[in-house]
Design a protein around this ligand. Structure first.
Ligand code: 2DT
Length: 211
Protein backbone atom coordinates (compact mmCIF):
# COMPACT_ATOMS: atom_id res chain seq x y z
CA UNK A 1 0.00 0.00 0.00
CA UNK A 2 1.37 3.46 -0.86
CA UNK A 3 2.06 5.82 2.01
CA UNK A 4 -0.74 8.19 0.96
CA UNK A 5 -3.43 5.51 1.18
CA UNK A 6 -2.13 3.89 4.36
CA UNK A 7 -4.64 4.05 7.21
CA UNK A 8 -3.73 6.30 10.10
CA UNK A 9 -3.58 5.60 13.81
CA UNK A 10 -6.14 7.00 16.27
CA UNK A 11 -5.56 9.74 18.83
CA UNK A 12 -7.04 8.51 22.10
CA UNK A 13 -6.92 10.95 25.01
CA UNK A 14 -7.52 10.11 28.68
CA UNK A 15 -8.67 12.88 30.98
CA UNK A 16 -9.75 13.13 34.59
CA UNK A 17 -8.88 14.46 38.01
CA UNK A 18 -5.90 13.25 40.04
CA UNK A 19 -6.29 9.65 41.25
CA UNK A 20 -9.07 8.77 38.82
CA UNK A 21 -7.13 5.74 37.56
CA UNK A 22 -6.08 7.19 34.19
CA UNK A 23 -2.49 6.06 34.23
CA UNK A 24 -3.43 2.47 35.18
CA UNK A 25 -6.05 2.35 32.41
CA UNK A 26 -3.67 3.81 29.81
CA UNK A 27 -1.12 1.08 30.56
CA UNK A 28 -3.73 -1.73 30.48
CA UNK A 29 -5.18 -0.47 27.22
CA UNK A 30 -1.75 -0.29 25.61
CA UNK A 31 -0.94 -3.83 26.69
CA UNK A 32 -4.24 -5.17 25.29
CA UNK A 33 -3.86 -3.37 21.95
CA UNK A 34 -0.28 -4.57 21.58
CA UNK A 35 -1.53 -8.15 22.20
CA UNK A 36 -4.03 -7.60 19.40
CA UNK A 37 -1.19 -6.64 17.05
CA UNK A 38 -1.91 -2.92 17.03
CA UNK A 39 0.92 -0.40 16.57
CA UNK A 40 0.45 1.75 19.68
CA UNK A 41 2.44 4.15 21.87
CA UNK A 42 1.82 5.99 25.12
CA UNK A 43 2.24 9.76 25.40
CA UNK A 44 2.08 11.67 28.67
CA UNK A 45 1.45 15.38 29.30
CA UNK A 46 3.12 17.17 30.86
CA UNK A 47 6.18 15.57 29.25
CA UNK A 48 8.60 16.42 32.05
CA UNK A 49 11.70 15.40 30.06
CA UNK A 50 12.00 18.43 27.73
CA UNK A 51 13.51 21.78 28.89
CA UNK A 52 9.96 23.22 29.15
CA UNK A 53 8.81 20.04 30.90
CA UNK A 54 11.59 20.35 33.48
CA UNK A 55 10.40 23.83 34.37
CA UNK A 56 6.82 22.51 34.67
CA UNK A 57 8.09 19.74 36.93
CA UNK A 58 9.76 22.26 39.28
CA UNK A 59 6.55 24.26 39.30
CA UNK A 60 4.43 21.20 40.16
CA UNK A 61 6.84 20.16 42.87
CA UNK A 62 6.68 23.71 44.20
CA UNK A 63 10.40 24.38 44.01
CA UNK A 64 9.60 27.08 41.42
CA UNK A 65 6.90 29.80 41.54
CA UNK A 66 5.46 31.09 38.28
CA UNK A 67 2.76 33.55 37.31
CA UNK A 68 -0.45 31.54 36.63
CA UNK A 69 -0.52 32.67 33.00
CA UNK A 70 3.12 31.72 32.45
CA UNK A 71 2.48 28.27 33.91
CA UNK A 72 -0.57 27.84 31.68
CA UNK A 73 1.36 28.82 28.55
CA UNK A 74 4.22 26.47 29.43
CA UNK A 75 1.82 23.50 29.67
CA UNK A 76 0.43 24.46 26.26
CA UNK A 77 3.93 24.90 24.76
CA UNK A 78 4.80 21.47 26.10
CA UNK A 79 2.01 20.06 23.90
CA UNK A 80 2.91 22.14 20.85
CA UNK A 81 6.51 20.97 20.95
CA UNK A 82 5.23 17.37 20.64
CA UNK A 83 2.72 17.99 17.80
CA UNK A 84 4.91 17.42 14.73
CA UNK A 85 6.16 14.06 15.96
CA UNK A 86 2.67 12.99 17.06
CA UNK A 87 1.25 13.91 13.65
CA UNK A 88 4.00 11.95 11.91
CA UNK A 89 3.33 8.87 14.04
CA UNK A 90 -0.44 9.02 13.56
CA UNK A 91 -0.01 9.32 9.79
CA UNK A 92 2.37 6.36 9.84
CA UNK A 93 -0.38 4.23 11.42
CA UNK A 94 0.57 4.41 15.11
CA UNK A 95 -2.30 4.80 17.57
CA UNK A 96 -1.40 7.20 20.38
CA UNK A 97 -2.80 6.83 23.90
CA UNK A 98 -2.38 10.20 25.56
CA UNK A 99 -2.49 10.63 29.34
CA UNK A 100 -3.84 14.24 29.74
CA UNK A 101 -4.16 16.86 27.00
CA UNK A 102 -5.45 20.41 26.46
CA UNK A 103 -8.57 19.77 28.56
CA UNK A 104 -6.42 19.28 31.67
CA UNK A 105 -4.65 22.53 30.84
CA UNK A 106 -7.93 24.41 30.83
CA UNK A 107 -9.70 22.57 33.67
CA UNK A 108 -6.79 23.06 36.10
CA UNK A 109 -5.95 26.66 35.17
CA UNK A 110 -9.56 27.81 35.24
CA UNK A 111 -9.99 26.14 38.66
CA UNK A 112 -7.56 28.84 39.86
CA UNK A 113 -10.05 31.45 38.67
CA UNK A 114 -8.59 32.16 35.22
CA UNK A 115 -11.00 32.86 32.35
CA UNK A 116 -11.93 29.66 30.51
CA UNK A 117 -11.83 31.15 27.01
CA UNK A 118 -8.45 32.77 27.64
CA UNK A 119 -7.20 29.38 28.79
CA UNK A 120 -8.53 27.63 25.68
CA UNK A 121 -6.83 29.91 23.14
CA UNK A 122 -3.20 28.68 23.20
CA UNK A 123 -4.32 25.10 22.48
CA UNK A 124 -6.53 26.00 19.49
CA UNK A 125 -5.15 24.10 16.47
CA UNK A 126 -3.60 21.12 18.28
CA UNK A 127 -4.53 17.76 16.75
CA UNK A 128 -8.14 16.96 17.66
CA UNK A 129 -8.52 13.67 19.52
CA UNK A 130 -10.66 10.95 17.93
CA UNK A 131 -11.96 10.03 21.38
CA UNK A 132 -11.56 11.50 24.83
CA UNK A 133 -12.11 9.00 27.63
CA UNK A 134 -13.10 10.99 30.71
CA UNK A 135 -12.76 8.90 33.85
CA UNK A 136 -15.29 10.26 36.25
CA UNK A 137 -14.83 9.34 39.90
CA UNK A 138 -17.57 10.01 42.49
CA UNK A 139 -16.87 12.46 45.28
CA UNK A 140 -16.99 9.58 47.74
CA UNK A 141 -14.28 7.60 45.99
CA UNK A 142 -12.27 10.75 45.36
CA UNK A 143 -12.24 11.52 49.08
CA UNK A 144 -11.28 7.93 49.93
CA UNK A 145 -8.36 8.37 47.57
CA UNK A 146 -7.61 11.85 48.84
CA UNK A 147 -4.29 10.90 50.40
CA UNK A 148 -2.78 12.88 47.56
CA UNK A 149 0.94 13.46 47.27
CA UNK A 150 2.58 16.80 47.89
CA UNK A 151 2.31 18.28 44.39
CA UNK A 152 0.52 21.50 43.58
CA UNK A 153 -3.24 20.92 42.93
CA UNK A 154 -3.45 17.69 44.98
CA UNK A 155 -6.20 18.90 47.28
CA UNK A 156 -9.80 17.67 47.37
CA UNK A 157 -11.50 21.10 47.15
CA UNK A 158 -9.41 22.05 44.14
CA UNK A 159 -10.08 18.70 42.45
CA UNK A 160 -13.85 19.26 42.77
CA UNK A 161 -13.53 22.51 40.82
CA UNK A 162 -11.38 20.77 38.21
CA UNK A 163 -14.04 18.06 37.73
CA UNK A 164 -16.73 20.72 37.21
CA UNK A 165 -14.58 22.47 34.62
CA UNK A 166 -13.88 19.24 32.76
CA UNK A 167 -17.60 18.64 32.36
CA UNK A 168 -17.98 22.06 30.75
CA UNK A 169 -15.43 21.08 28.12
CA UNK A 170 -17.26 17.97 26.89
CA UNK A 171 -17.43 17.50 23.12
CA UNK A 172 -19.41 14.99 21.01
CA UNK A 173 -16.33 12.73 20.83
CA UNK A 174 -16.09 12.46 24.65
CA UNK A 175 -16.99 9.26 26.47
CA UNK A 176 -17.59 9.68 30.19
CA UNK A 177 -16.65 6.41 31.87
CA UNK A 178 -17.55 5.94 35.55
CA UNK A 179 -14.26 5.32 37.35
CA UNK A 180 -15.77 3.67 40.46
CA UNK A 181 -16.05 0.10 39.04
CA UNK A 182 -13.27 -2.50 39.20
CA UNK A 183 -10.10 -1.91 37.19
CA UNK A 184 -10.99 -4.84 34.89
CA UNK A 185 -14.57 -3.73 34.25
CA UNK A 186 -13.45 -0.21 33.43
CA UNK A 187 -10.76 -1.61 31.15
CA UNK A 188 -13.29 -3.73 29.20
CA UNK A 189 -15.56 -0.76 28.69
CA UNK A 190 -12.68 1.44 27.52
CA UNK A 191 -11.32 -1.25 25.22
CA UNK A 192 -14.60 -1.63 23.39
CA UNK A 193 -14.87 2.15 22.88
CA UNK A 194 -11.29 2.36 21.63
CA UNK A 195 -11.58 -0.63 19.24
CA UNK A 196 -14.47 1.13 17.55
CA UNK A 197 -12.54 4.40 17.41
CA UNK A 198 -9.47 2.79 15.85
CA UNK A 199 -11.58 1.19 13.12
CA UNK A 200 -13.53 4.35 12.39
CA UNK A 201 -10.54 6.72 12.39
CA UNK A 202 -8.52 4.81 9.78
CA UNK A 203 -9.75 6.78 6.78
CA UNK A 204 -10.66 10.04 8.52
CA UNK A 205 -8.50 13.16 8.14
CA UNK A 206 -6.73 14.58 11.18
CA UNK A 207 -8.63 17.64 12.40
CA UNK A 208 -7.53 20.70 14.34
CA UNK A 209 -8.85 21.25 17.84
CA UNK A 210 -11.47 24.00 18.26
CA UNK A 211 -11.20 25.35 14.71
P1 2DT B 1 0.22 14.28 36.30
O1 2DT B 1 0.04 14.00 37.76
O2 2DT B 1 -0.76 13.57 35.40
O3 2DT B 1 1.65 14.20 35.83
O4 2DT B 1 -0.18 15.82 36.10
N1 2DT B 1 -1.81 19.92 34.52
C1 2DT B 1 -1.56 19.03 33.51
C2 2DT B 1 -2.08 21.26 34.27
O5 2DT B 1 -2.29 22.04 35.19
N2 2DT B 1 -2.10 21.67 32.98
C3 2DT B 1 -1.88 20.83 31.92
O6 2DT B 1 -1.90 21.26 30.75
C4 2DT B 1 -1.59 19.45 32.20
C5 2DT B 1 -1.34 18.50 31.08
C6 2DT B 1 -2.65 18.30 36.22
C7 2DT B 1 0.45 16.82 36.81
C8 2DT B 1 -0.48 17.95 37.15
O7 2DT B 1 -0.43 18.94 36.13
C9 2DT B 1 -1.75 19.45 35.90
C10 2DT B 1 -1.93 17.57 37.32
Amino acid sequence: MGKETMSRGALIVFEGCDRCGKTTQCAKLKEKLVDEGEDVELVKFPDRTTPIGKLINSYLQMTEELDDRVAHLLFSSNRWEAMELMKKKLKAGTTLIVDRYAYSGIAYSSAKGMDLDWCKNPDVGLIQPDTVIYLSVSEEIASQRSHYGGERYEKLEFQKKVHKNFLELQEPYWEVVPGDASVDDIHKQIHSIVRKTINQSKSKPLLKLWT
